[in-house]
Design a protein around this ligand. Structure first.
Ligand SMILES: [Zn+2]
Length: 204
């Protein structure tokens, strides 16, 4: 069982935004892996983009929130519909995941709103750009609280510019970004699913 967020962070009330860190693992079909859904765009750094919707068996999704085999995140159809109705999110912020028969079984979270850069406020080091395509990845400067839990910082400008569902400007290892939600969406989800996990961002 997950430990509750409020036990991991004494100052949770002060956090302004939250990185998604769901822990229920959901896998694709046995004969498919993440790269089968991606197309390579640079042979030097092996950068790819997702060129097809993911395919996964319905039984893979046991909870309303999941981390996908691709290490991205997803939500149930019911939760996706709820979020579109009540929050500053649209259909484009969610990409269908289908069964091999073509039925939508779950939704991948694909936030369209790119946040303002956070690398300076977090001291995330920029790696050398790819010499072929110029793409940039960042490393982490990891900050831990007194209980050994991760947290990050957000600037007031970035906070002012946020939507309810966001993706970081920065991409990290494997060109993976972070997915960040607003305080009000966090409060809503914690009420519904108190055991889901997030990484808090504090104002700096
Ligand atoms: Zn490249």
């Amino acid at each position: 069982m997950n430990r509750l967020m409020k036990n991991l962070y004494d100052n949770l009330d002060e956090a302004k935004a939250f990185g998604i860190s769901f822990t229920n693992f959901a896998y694709f079909y046995d004969d498919l892996n993440t790269w089968d859904f991606h197309t390579r765009i640079c042979n030097m750094c092996r950068r790819t983009y997702q060129s097809q919707d993911y395919l996964a068996p319905r039984v893979s999704f046991k909870k309303p929130t999941s981390i996908l085999e691709s290490l991205e995140f997803g939500v149930s159809q019911e939760l996706r519909d709820d979020l579109i109705e009540k929050f500053d999110t649209t259909e484009k912020d969610f990409r269908p995941i289908r069964s091999k028969r073509g039925e939508i079984v779950y939704y991948q979270i694909t936030p369209q709103h790119v946040m303002q850069p956070l690398h300076e406020v977090n001291e995330w080091p920029q790696k050398d750009p790819c010499v072929a395509c110029g793409s940039i990845q960042y490393g982490f400067h990891e900050q831990l609280n007194e209980k050994g839990e991760y947290f990050y910082y957000i600037s007031q400008d970035a906070l002012n510019d946020m939507h309810d569902l966001n993706v970081t400007h920065e991409q990290f290892r494997f060109y993976m970004p972070m997915y960040i939600i607003s305080r009000r969406l966090f409060d809503y989800l914690m009420e519904l699913y108190p055991r889901t996990h997030y990484v808090p961002f504090y104002l700096k």
